[in-house]
Ligand binder design. Sequence first.
Ligand SMILES: [Zn+2]
Length: 281
Amino acid sequence: MQTIQTTLPRGIYSGSTCHRVAVLRPLTGRQEVEIGACVPDPRAVSRILADRLIRVGGLEALSARRVLLMSRGDRAHLLLTLRASMLGDVLRLTVACPNPACCAPIPVVLSIQAVCASPPVAAPRQLSVSTPMGEVRIRVPTGEDDAIIAEADADADVDALLWSRLLQQLGERSELSPDEWRRLPASVRVPVALRLARGLRGPMLSGRAQCAACTAWREWRVEPAALLSAELHGGAARIVDEIHALAWHYHWSEESILDLPRQRRWRYLALLSQAMCEEKR
Ligand SMILES: [Zn+2]
């Protein structure tokens, strides 16, 4: 069985131990079809990752709930790792030049391995910073935060909602509503935001690229679930062809073929093609 091993930028704390080495299986054909059909929401991403994760450090059989509570950076790292195992390390994006007189395409070439490089030292469990209102402790955003933001009402202040969830302690308080967060003075909110920005860990998902034609700069951004969905979109028809060929020759069920990862399906198809060529001779 093919497995993929990677060191998570943050990892999962269990007691005082931080588990960071993730071992996972490649996506199955069924998951390729599901992700290609529409961008998976944070809860669907958790379900898919929980199904593919064999272990993280000493933690085995992680539930979708546990994966939902993993940091946003770790989840992005896992999605990009799965993408690299299936489609290769090089990621090519194209953004349009922002200069209206130019509009030339600007190519961006990234290495997933470089983008996902994890620091060797474990991250602290929580981040703290001193403010005029006392010590503030915050945690990093998780998949659950992303799910709740995605499910919030259209008129909700998702920024205040997120900060109220991340804040674990402000002086004597252990909870703050989104309204209370909004009403905090800038002298508290700014150092807290800076502390989180310094403490975040995860793949480098944005940057700037320069237009070769007019030298204008354009920002680029990668959203791993959307990227994977776009790259797998359109693959469903090919997978049907693969199922047809494998089911026809090996008499396997559609279900069992869809359980196979791409490399395995393609290996059987290559063997089949080789056998047919030999038969013709
Ligand atoms: Zn340009």
